[in-house]
Design a protein around this ligand. Structure first.
Ligand SMILES: CC(C)(COP(=O)(O)OP(=O)(O)OC[C@H]1O[C@@H](n2cnc3c(N)ncnc32)[C@H](O)[C@@H]1OP(=O)(O)O)[C@@H](O)C(=O)NCCC(=O)NCCS
Length: 286
């Protein structure tokens, strides 16, 4: 089995405010802290300079715990502007996001990422860790008719994945796909899920798929907000349908129509021409 990677206990970070200035802070939950800054519930500084634009993560440094992170935060705050900018530039270069199509050889990294969610929380209902062999088969199966996308940083580390399984087996469902997305915990909240989903949906649309479905644990506020943002609409909830971590959980069904139902749909293209695929992936890479 492929073990889930450990999540840093704390972070020292900098965000770039809409006015171009850098704010340094610390947190033990980077995604939540970023969202707080973006919604005006973070620091007074970012609230004052955060109006009318996008606030983006500019630097993130994993720390062993709160006291180490507080020390690094203080050190970052003391740095001259030029040194802060140099750190941010180096971090941006290392964390440049590239999207590509997965191959079965990527299975160990994908399994390790997914296993974080098997071992922690209820985003997925699986109890036992997935193996690389499971994912090697899954990637190969998905790629027969749809995308299995990876987001990587400049060093080739996996930041997240999104894929589209067939929704149901019978021929009549050939225009329907089920979307799935998982980010490495340290990569949540930086817009990487959005890049993956925009590319995934663009590929499915270009292939000729009509409907995309998502099954989401209810509640899963991040995934719910994320899917709503992409236009998915919830149409059903199965109550108490899955048991994990000592509780019975509901499962919500979400749907996005990629096009009005065509009267005489052309068969889905199993593979897009390489140039079309490259263009979609490039548009969502940095
Ligand atoms: C759900 C998930 C994929 C979102 O990925 P992400 O990279 O953090 O999302 P993005 O930063 O691209 O956010 C895109 C939009 O989704 C919405 N969103 C994402 N996370 C949100 C949150 N925690 N709260 C509210 N809205 C959220 C926002 O509208 C956001 O746009 P904005 O930042 O302009 O407001 C990610 O949180 C994740 O991997 N979660 C754990 C695994 C999981 O639950 N997967 C889904 C299984 S069904």
């Amino acid at each position: 089995m492929t073990a889930a990677p450990a999540l840093p206990a704390a972070w020292a970070y900098m965000v770039r405010c809409p006015d171009g200035s850098l704010y340094a802070g610390w947190t033990n939950d980077l995604a939540r802290r970023l969202r707080a800054h973006r919604t005006g519930k973070g620091a007074r500084y970012t609230r004052m300079r955060g109006q009318g634009g996008t606030l983006a993560l500019a630097y993130a440094e994993p720390c062993a715990g709160k006291s180490a992170a507080l020390k690094r935060e203080a050190a970052l705050k003391r740095l001259p502007k030029a040194e802060k900018e140099a750190l941010a530039a180096a971090w941006a270069a290392q964390n440049r996001v590239t999207l590509r199509m997965a191959a079965p050889a990527d299975a160990p990294a994908v399994a390790a990422l997914y296993n974080h969610y098997v071992a922690n929380g209820t985003a997925c209902f699986q109890h036992t860790l997935a193996s690389a062999a499971d994912f090697a088969k899954d990637i190969a199966a998905v790629r027969k008719a749809g995308p299995f996308l990876l987001a990587e940083n400049a060093a080739g580390a996996l930041l997240g994945y999104a894929c589209a399984h067939p929704w149901a087996e019978k021929d009549g469902f050939a225009w329907d796909a089920e979307a799935t997305v998982y980010l490495a915990p340290a990569a949540v909240g930086r817009g990487i899920g959005g890049r993956l989903y925009r590319a995934l949906l663009a590929i499915l649309q270009a292939q000729g798929y009509c409907n995309v479905y998502a099954r989401i644990t209810h509640p899963n506020p991040a995934s719910t907000a994320f899917h709503r943002r992409f236009g998915f609409v919830r149409y059903a909830v199965e109550p108490h349908t899955a048991y994990k971590n000592g509780q019975w959980l509901d499962l919500a069904y979400w749907r996005l129509a990629l096009c009005p139902p065509p009267p005489d749909p052309a068969p889905v293209q199993k593979r897009l021409p390489a140039a079309a695929l490259r263009a979609i992936l490039a548009a969502e890479s940095e």
